[in-house]
Design a protein around this ligand. Structure first.
Ligand code: HEC
Length: 142
């Protein structure tokens, strides 16, 4: 009886420590903090993957190598065409993202910024809206 209880306890302890052992780096990406990210799909995912590096997580922009305008509480987002064309073609230090993002991703991220960070322009932007904006031709040289 006592022996069986001890065995059961020992087995329980082994079971508890097994996950800790499993976390020892064994050639995988455990411990390194490197997470492989799938293609961003939602507006928030695209924002975090692409826009946030410049416009910052809170969309307040900043002043560094280039002055980055805030997207937060930005009345220029009231019309959809302007932010769409910024993302499609860029301007100045803002790179055009045609070729990095497809029309659906651009629609998602523009819809996201127009409804986040203090902006409330709720009409969703669709991939068809994005397709109507002239896109730069890629790969043709200068
Ligand atoms: C490499 C840095 C960088 C990245 C990445 C970037 N932007 Fe920009 N963005 C800028 C800069 C710089 C400007 C100002 C350009 C100018 O006015 O000449 C700007 C301007 C804008 C504007 C116009 C704001 C205004 O008030 O006129 C919008 C809208 C915008 N960005 C949206 C986005 C979105 C959405 C993304 C992600 C899909 C994005 N940007 C990614 C740097 C960036």
């Amino acid at each position: 009886m006592t022996l069986r209880l001890h065995l059961a306890l020992a087995a329980g302890l082994l079971a508890v420590s097994a996950p800790a052992l499993a976390q020892t780096p064994a050639g995988g990406d455990t411990g390194g903090g490197v997470v492989r990210i799938a293609k961003p799909v939602t507006g928030q995912q695209v924002y975090e993957a692409v826009c946030q590096a410049c416009h910052m997580a809170d969309a307040r922009g900043g002043v560094g190598a280039a002055a980055i305008p805030a997207l937060a509480a930005n009345p220029r987002l009231a019309g959809a065409a302007y932010p769409i064309s910024m993302v499609v073609s860029g301007r100045g230090a803002m790179p055009g993202l045609t070729g990095n993002l497809d029309d659906a991703q651009i629609a998602a991220v523009v819809s996201y910024v127009r409804t986040s960070f203090g902006n409330s322009y709720p009409k969703p932007v669709t991939a068809a809206d994005v397709a109507k904006i002239p896109h730069p031709v890629l790969g043709g040289g200068h």
